[in-house]
Design a protein around this ligand. Sequence first.
Ligand SMILES: Cc1cc2nc3c(=O)[nH]c(=O)nc-3n(C[C@H](O)[C@H](O)[C@H](O)COP(=O)(O)OP(=O)(O)OC[C@H]3O[C@@H](n4cnc5c(N)ncnc54)[C@H](O)[C@@H]3O)c2cc1C
Length: 467
Amino acid sequence: MDKIFDILVAKFGSDLISLAEKKYLEEPRGRYQSNPMPIIKPKTTKQVSEIISFCNQNNIRVIPYAGGTGLVGGQTIKTNKDTILLSVERMQAIRDILPDENIIIVEAGAILENVRQAASNIDRLFPLALASQGSCRIGGNLATNAGGVQVVRYGNTRDLCLGIEAVLPDGSILNGLKRLRKDNTGYDLRNLLIGSEGTLGIITAACLKLFPKPKETVTGLFVISNPEIAIKTLAELQAKLDTSITAFELIHKQSYNFLSEVCPDVKIPFDKHPEWSILIELSGGMGSNLESRLFEGLEDLFKEGLVSDALIAQSEKQAKEFWDLRENIPEANRRIGSISNHDISLPISLIPKFIQEMPTYMAHLADLRINCFGHLGDGNLHYNVFPPLGKNKNDYVHLREEIKTIIHDKINEFGGSVSAEHGIGRLKIDDLEKYGDPVKLIAMRSIKNAIDPKGIMNPGAVLRESK
Ligand SMILES: Cc1cc2nc3c(=O)[nH]c(=O)nc-3n(C[C@H](O)[C@H](O)[C@H](O)COP(=O)(O)OP(=O)(O)OC[C@H]3O[C@@H](n4cnc5c(N)ncnc54)[C@H](O)[C@@H]3O)c2cc1C
């Protein structure tokens, strides 16, 4: 490493290159670490291009790094080959913002929260919303095709991106920042780079869609009898309120139990933790009359007693409290300590059957606790498995692989996906190989070999490194 560090400093100067501090070498869950290595922090796309071109010529491998919040180990690597981290954190500029076109052009290092704020400052909405939005960066969001809580209305990051500027593995710059909503001119390289997790190039900037900022928002927490009713509620509301539904999150009792145990500052608005509840957000233009339309929409379900305890936030503060509750669930899970976490998606109508049956397939292992919550409106659940009450996860980690296999086999049987929004990274390569379409895998490898024949870009992420 010393040799490559010296070579890079000599070439690019100590302003750009340093030894990576500890925070760059591990991911949020602490499951993956990088070995010590140099980190380079370019300030411009031209510098990125020069660096990548140099790395390509000298067989130096590059791990792209944005906010470091990825949950599948894609931003980390253990290797003894010449490798560097390339962080886009100094490329934070908002290059342009065009209210009339509802467009913002930002560099890859812009923090998601700042992009949302910049849009808000001109009375627009950039709808990508994740609990990690104070740290994650647009380059990482695009590279992982992040989802979040508003996908049900606005789609995931892919749907929010009109154009991409990127540096390809040979150092060439792809100038794809056109502000066009229609452009059918051949292969869509933008969509190839989105979700490629740094394996096909470095995203340096993006042209993103903005939306009118909602003038009315209603946030509600509803107690429901079971997940089937959640699906019914979603269908009723979609039929009656259509695109006004901007979030639809399922929360199980276990989430409330964990929150009250380890996050006592989070306010839980129910005296008794409900078995199942949904957090609904509706938004629309002035005079949308959403609250009354929401109650009208759910009238039949209320009458039948299938939806009860409807709490509607009476202020922005209370709406934030409802969202804090939802957004703190991952932190509560972390503090309790899970054996395994699963970011899965299913055909929406099969979700109740999956939730009901799944514990029975694991019952022989131990009296495991399950915290199942997530973006029900997109068919995306976070299905996390915990040790029995009073036990430590370390005594159960030996079950992790077995639990994972049971859950993922079932997901596959149900026609679902073993990675709904976090990606493949280094964590789910075995799963991609086991459950992925073989033809897709061959095509993916051909694309990788064509664009990155030397395999310098994020080797061993998404696709297993060839020997
Ligand atoms: C508390 C918490 C909540 C989260 N909630 C959600 C959620 O609701 N939905 C969701 O989808 N994800 C969620 N995530 C996961 C994570 O925030 C997202 O995946 C995020 O989009 C990653 O962005 P990042 O900037 O941190 O990327 P990083 O972690 O730095 O990188 C992620 C991947 O992208 C690659 N990459 C980074 N920058 C570039 C670039 N410029 N060009 C090419 N490749 C690049 C990296 O090599 C790596 O493979 C959450 C994470 C945390 C910690």
